[in-house]
Design a protein around this ligand. Structure first.
Ligand code: C2E
Ligand code: MG
Ligand code: MG
Ligand code: MG
Length: 292
């Protein structure tokens, strides 16, 4: 049993580790209660076309509002949720909630866009993952051509054959596949050919230091050029400055996600934005300074 826990090979116990294990167990219990008590909610971060700033999509991002501790960000709990397996029901909740909202917004007459949902490796590895996705789509009545699933390189590489099969099934449903945090994980470029992938999202770490690190520029340039050759769409995440935006546009990056355009928005603010878009056919947030 000890071996299953960490997978690191060494298992000794110190007071400090016991405390960590204890904190971890407490977190697991809290997560379960939080789901029952409906303390989770989603924020939506717009993804825009790099050329004209028009909204083309949004990423659903999980938040936890703990009555005592306040707002808790996913970096604080996703890992524990993954290791404990709780990410499976939690991820299902995220997917169902995002699909329901999308269906509601479309019914309310709001303009269409792609909604991206993060899927953890642990979730994707479940034998019935595609069945679950299928039944959520049926149950919510959401148009699956508006759904994108974001997965990391590492989670796709666990079982290449099973991944290929599952991705084909998702493609048959008309769902699109995004590789998240591209370049940051365990990469094997060969699978880009093998798997039916629609887009890659360049990891934020490469975007962050674009203006100061020549190497990051070279990497981003190479990723975009490669994606073009493979006919994949490219999204850059974590874009905060006009310098980063200009460089990415110059290189031919298709889509931008980042604080420069929008932070993750509450459902209310996001809906307000959607209504504004509906009422204004002109690009709402074209890049500043009169660029075309
Ligand atoms: P991610 O999927 O790579 O999501 C993008 C993260 O980058 C989000 O952090 C977003 O707020 C942040 N971000 C976007 N633009 C900028 C920017 O310009 N500057 C900076 N500094 N940050 C930016 P967030 O919401 O804290 O989520 C962190 C990670 O937690 C996500 O990274 C994803 O791996 C995980 N996560 C979030 N929601 C879910 C979920 O529903 N399921 C799973 N499995 N993981 C999730
Ligand atoms: Mg993501
Ligand atoms: Mg990412
Ligand atoms: Mg990330």
């Amino acid at each position: 049993a000890a071996k299953e826990g960490g997978g690191k090979g060494y298992h000794f116990y110190s007071p400090e580790m016991n405390l960590k294990a204890h904190a971890r167990m407490e977190m697991e219990t809290n997560l379960r209660h939080a789901l029952e008590r409906e303390e989770f909610f989603l924020e939506f971060q717009p993804i825009v076309n790099a050329r004209d700033g028009r909204l083309v999509g949004a990423e659903a991002l999980l938040r936890w509002s703990d009555p005592e501790k306040g707002l808790i960000m996913p970096d604080m709990f996703i890992q524990v949720a993954e290791e404990s397996g709780f990410i499976v029901p939690l991820g299902e909740w995220v997917l169902r909630t995002a699909c329901r909202k999308m269906k509601d917004w479309r019914e309310a007459g709001l303009p269409p866009f792609r909604i991206s949902v993060n899927v953890s490796g642990r979730q994707f590895c479940q034998a019935n993952f595609t069945d679950t996705v299928c039944s959520i789509i049926r149950e919510t009545g959401m148009d699956p051509s508006f759904l994108a699933l974001e997965m990391t390189e590492t989670s796709l590489m666990v079982d290449v054959e099973a991944t290929a099969k599952a991705l084909m099934q998702l493609k048959e449903l008309d769902i699109s596949i995004v590789i998240d945090d591209f370049g940051a994980g365990y990469s094997s470029l060969g699978y880009l050919q093998k798997f039916p992938i629609d887009r890659i999202k360049i990891d934020r770490s490469f975007i962050r230091d674009l203006s100061s690190h020549a190497n990051d520029k070279a990497i981003v340039e190479a990723i975009i050029a490669m994606a073009a050759r493979l006919k994949l769409q490219v999204v850059a995440e974590g874009v905060e400055t006009s310098e980063q935006l200009d460089f990415l546009k110059e290189q031919g990056c298709h889509e931008i996600q980042g604080f420069y355009f929008h932070r993750p928005l509450s459902e209310e603010l996001f809906k307000t934005l959607l209504w504004e878009i509906k009422d204004h056919p002109v690009p709402l947030f074209a890049s500043p300074e009169g660029e075309t």
